[in-house]
Design a protein around this ligand. Structure first.
Ligand code: NDP
Length: 460
């Protein structure tokens, strides 16, 4: 489906940054090449004294892959964007400079803050409402604040500048295809909904295990850790989608209302020694390469006790989910990459006597990126008709023709905040994790260890 963009100019603040080069520009390129950003102009800004040629080189490099795969019309679109792009040297924290740039660009403008979080906050604070032309969209990256208090303050500043539906808090984990795949599975299948709750589901696990170590990101990661980096943002959003009540429509209002209602009912309950675990990786090997102790990585302060693996049990105290544990876990430097939600059903109340073999509870696995579905069932296997065997019903779900950041940008450009985290939801996610962060900072939960390349800390 081709959507009409409402934004005329995409202004990327942080033109020279990692996010811009590695994710934003390639995501944009695919969107442009598919004809899904007609008429859009691209502007880059940074505090560096770059020549127009330096910026053009950067955009050219990032566009190369999409260019190579584009059809004739796509190539023309990419060329059009390249020929009209501009670079602007601006210190966005200096009063008046970003405002002056906004006034020069063709409106409406989407301002993408691909900046260190504290610089983004400062840049918003020095803007005045009258500096921001009507229709402007503000796109803010994660982490959205560093605590409930700071998220509240950032929300207050943003709301003085533009209405809530013009604020896009990016969560690139939630690609549009993934969101719709979960909603389609849950709400287009009559057999699933009656069993989707505490009567039939024993637990839900949402796992994001990375087979990468720190990869030079100490400056950001050592101050954040796995709980803030992954669970506070991405995994709570996935949990909410799996747990929401059926919405009347999949429009942003209905969907984001339903997500907010689930998160308001969610908490991590003390004692945190039972409901949470934290761990840090030791030296080991990943994909045949030696990995040092986390504490020996450049830029890491061992006294911070930053966790590289976090696991929490979230409880959703409502009619549907009371008592069902939602286990959210994310870790770095693990032996196997795993990105999935696993729904484990309760065992059958009575297995008729006479059957032999395995009687294992059903599980439904939803894999993310690429999105897949696997339903594990017990069936009468080959051979002995009385013997139960495990069979997996497997399906591939829709794969987007866009890159994840292309989906994010399309939402911004077409004025669809569906994929953006709403302000109240961003604050709820901090409210859920903050007591755990405090307990961990006070040393109330031991920091465990695991070898890089292993499956994580030993099961309890
Ligand atoms: P980088 O440190 O690589 O880039 C930051 C950019 O900010 C630089 O281009 C720098 O440009 C610019 N900048 C800094 N100060 C100013 C200023 N006063 N005025 C104008 N520009 C300024 O950061 P990342 O790209 O890694 O991250 C950006 C954001 O994206 C962060 O919020 C991060 O958490 C988030 N993010 C990053 C991901 C990643 O993989 N990199 C993934 C998900 C989110 P110059 O040198 O010209 O000043």
């Amino acid at each position: 489906m081709t959507s009409q963009t409402t934004v005329k100019t995409l202004l990327i603040l942080g033109a020279s940054g990692d996010l811009t080069g590695r994710l934003l520009l390639p995501g944009l390129a695919r969107l442009v090449a598919k004809g899904r950003a007609p008429g859009l102009r691209l502007a880059g800004a940074g505090s560096s004294d770059w020549t127009p040629g330096q910026w053009l080189d950067r955009v050219n490099t990032a566009f190369a892959d999409a260019e190579a795969h584009a059809d004739a019309a796509g190539k023309l679109e990419l060329k059009r964007v390249l020929e009209s792009t501009s670079y602007h040297q601006v210190d966005v924290t200096a009063p008046g400079l970003l405002a002056a740039l906004l006034a020069r660009l063709e409106a409406p403008v989407a301002v993408y803050f691909a900046l260190p979080p504290q610089i983004s906050q400062k840049a918003c604070e020095v803007l005045h409402p009258h500096d921001v032309p009507p229709g402007t969209r503000l796109v803010v990256e994660k982490p959205f604040g560093f605590s409930l208090e700071s998220a509240r303050r950032l929300n207050e500043v943003l709301r003085t500048l533009v209405p809530e539906d013009h604020i896009h808090r990016v969560d690139h984990f939630l690609g549009k295809a993934t969101v719709l795949n979960i909603l389609g599975l849950r709400f287009a299948n009559n057999f699933l909904e009656p069993v989707w709750g505490r009567d039939h589901i024993a637990k839900v696990e949402i796992i994001f295990d990375e087979d990468l170590a720190l990869e030079g990101r100490a400056r950001y990661y050592d101050g954040a850790g796995a709980l803030r980096d992954m669970i506070q943002s991405h995994l709570l959003q996935i949990m909410a989608l799996l747990a929401i009540e059926p919405p009347a429509t999949i429009g942003e209002r209905d969907l984001r209302d339903a997500i907010a209602a689930v998160l308001r009912a969610s908490s991590i309950k003390p004692p945190y020694t039972d409901s949470t675990r934290r761990a840090r990786y030791l030296a080991g090997s990943l994909g045949g390469k030696d990995v040092p102790d986390y504490t020996a990585e450049e830029g890491v302060d061992p006294d911070r006790n930053t966790e590289t693996l976090a696991e929490v049990r979230v409880d959703i105290d409502n009619w549907r989910w009371k008592g069902v544990p939602f286990i959210l876990r994310s870790g770095k430097a693990l032996g196997t990459k795993r990105k999935e939600a696993v729904v484990t059903f309760r065992p059958v109340p009575h297995l008729p006597a006479g059957f032999t073999g395995t009687d294992t509870p059903n599980t439904l696995r939803i894999g993310f990126g690429p999105d897949t579905l696997e339903l594990d069932v017990d069936v009468n296997g080959p051979g002995d008709i009385f013997s139960l065997d495990r069979a997996a019903l497997v399906a591939e779900l829709n794969a987007s023709e866009l890159l994840p950041y292309g989906e994010v940008l399309e939402g911004v450009l077409t004025g669809d905040p569906l994929l953006s985290v709403r302000g109240d939801t961003a604050e709820e996610c901090w409210r859920i994790v903050e007591p755990v962060l405090a307990a961990w900072a006070a040393g109330k939960v031991p920091l465990e260890e695991y070898r890089a390349g292993s499956g994580g800390p030993a099961p309890e």
